[in-house]
Design a protein around this ligand. Structure first.
Ligand SMILES: NC(=O)c1ccc[n+]([C@@H]2O[C@H](COP(=O)([O-])OP(=O)(O)OC[C@H]3O[C@@H](n4cnc5c(N)ncnc54)[C@H](O)[C@@H]3O)[C@@H](O)[C@H]2O)c1
Length: 471
């Protein structure tokens, strides 16, 4: 009786805080479930979606702050593209980018400003892709409008801020048969791509556990965001509100919705100390009710018995860190805080990595051994020319350019994208689900299956290529 009551109270609290439709099954009384909307009649999943190949991908950018302007710069080097339109609420930000492109000899056909300029822009019939770099609250509304007007949508991280937005984007992509991709650049970091290739080839045995994080001290940066959107969002929301840099790459290594799926999560947070101080420093306001904990931890279990730990901390002096750690039955990879690999002797014998009698199973592989590993498992999407171009154009060492290149390569060739709308929803839903868990004493919360039953239809993560192969 006590348990049932506790469960009821937990669900009631969650309902009140999240606004999501939640049910508690008394047989699994400790797991909180959120509503999975029925797929509308006639609609099908978009796993492996192919759309007609585009000779030139005609792009419109929305949101031309720091990130959007940098994307415009990168796209001056991405092949098979044409920048057709630019849009920002603020006219001076549009003009700055028009001027920049003019200096490069690129004339922009159309520009849009104001709160709803993006709507007029999406009504044009000469745009294939809407590339969205606004603040978080504007991501999903703009993407939904673009999808409904027959455009593909590429959206900065996190693309959705709530379960409702995740489901709306999934439904819009399915209904309109258009790509909707989150711009998760960390999936294209050279370390993550190499380790992914090793994981796919069984170098670590079976990957059992993975860790990812966003530790990035933003203390000195809060006032750089347009109309203070980021600190304001942090002040109003609990949970890991920026989970995708940590979660995206490890989900690829764990084949999430390609043979496994995220099942349940629990989340915990510290109190907010530095968040409260930041509001005082930047806005001169006392805000004891600041919502986001200085550090939030989320643990996720998968259908196939794996675990993932995701952490979020944008408040403390902890050095920048995305963790990216894979723990397998035969090996280990870590990008942060120190890059390292380690393998069992059996695995090194099997794949031909040399070691001598002094080999210490408690330590990492040597530089030479790691070089050998990289030589044996190159990422299939890289060749020397592309790697050189990516590093020259830049964007977090080249990963931003590689992400853009792969997005356009796939659209140009009519191929499935590396990341689909289900990745977007799975990686973004963690925020609201974590908030529900925290509001209920860190109770387990079910992660919805956004594919609605097709999570094991695709066999493992792969990249598509123009010759018809998947590697
Ligand atoms: N992937 C990465 O490594 C990375 C790095 C930085 C930022 N980001 C993401 O990029 C996005 C933008 O961040 P930022 O630092 O450029 O923010 P910013 O505050 O510098 O810029 C946001 C811009 O969006 C515009 N905007 C807002 N609503 C709009 C609307 N309805 N129509 C047109 N324009 C609108 C604003 O006028 C502003 O120019 C965020 O989602 C952020 O999380 C990602």
């Amino acid at each position: 009786m006590k348990n049932i009551l506790k469960s009821f109270m937990m669900c009631t609290a969650a309902l009140m805080m999240a606004g999501a439709t939640i049910s508690c099954n008394q047989e699994e009384s400790k797991i909180i479930k959120t509503d999975i909307p029925v797929r509308p009649a006639g609609q099908q999943d978009v796993l492996g979606l192919r759309t007609p190949a585009l000779d030139t991908v005609r792009i419109a950018f929305v949101g031309l702050g720091g990130r959007g302007s940098f994307a415009v710069y990168r796209y001056t080097s991405v092949p098979w593209t044409k920048i057709v339109a630019l849009c920002d609420i603020e006219p001076d930000r549009v003009q700055k980018n028009v001027d920049f492109l003019a200096e490069k000899g690129i004339e922009v056909k159309a520009t849009y400003t104001g709160d709803e300029g993006f709507k007029t822009m999406c009504q044009r019939d000469d745009i294939d892709l809407v590339y969205i770099c606004t603040d978080w609250k504007n991501h999903a509304p703009i993407a939904l409008y673009a999808l409904e007007h027959g455009k593909h949508a590429a959206i900065e991280v996190p693309s959705a801020t709530s379960l409702d937005e995740c489901w709306a984007l999934v439904n819009a992509a399915e209904k309109n048969r258009r790509h909707c991709m989150m711009l998760e650049n960390c999936c294209y970091d050279f370390f993550e791509m190499s380790a992914l290739q090793m994981a796919r080839n069984g170098v670590f045995g079976e990957v059992l556990h993975a860790e990812g994080s966003y530790h990035h001290n933003l203390t000195d940066y809060w006032d750089g965001y347009w109309r203070n959107w980021r600190l304001e969002f942090n002040s109003k929301h609990k949970g890991d509100i920026y989970p995708t840099h940590g979660l995206g790459p490890v989900c690829q290594a764990l084949n999430i919705h390609r043979g496994d799926r995220l099942k349940t999560l629990v989340a915990m947070e510290t109190k907010s100390n530095n968040g409260v101080e930041s509001v005082k420093r930047y806005q001169g306001v006392d805000m004891p009710e600041f919502q986001n904990g200085d550090e939030t931890c989320t643990m996720i279990s998968t259908e196939k018995g794996k675990t993932i730990l995701i952490q979020h901390d944008v408040m403390t002096p902890r050095p920048y860190d995305r963790m990216y750690q894979l723990v397998g039955t035969r090996g280990y990879a870590a990008k942060y805080p120190v890059e390292m690999y380690s393998l069992s002797r059996e695995k090194m014998d099997e794949i031909g990595i040399e070691y001598d009698e002094n080999f210490n199973i408690h330590g990492p592989l040597s530089e030479e051994q790691v070089k050998d590993l990289y030589a044996k498992y190159p990422s299939p999407i890289l060749d020397n020319d592309l790697e050189e171009l990516a590093k020259r154009v830049g964007g977090h060492g080249g990963m931003d350019f590689l992400m853009d290149y792969r997005l356009i390569y796939c659209l140009h060739n009519g191929l499935p994208l590396d990341m689909d709308v289900y990745d977007l929803a799975e990686w973004c839903c963690i925020s609201e689900l974590g908030a529900i868990s925290i509001a209920n004493g860190s109770a387990p919360v079910e992660v919805p299956d956004f594919t609605r039953g097709a999570w094991d239809k695709v066999n493992g993560f792969s990249y598509a290529f123009a010759d018809g192969s998947f590697k």
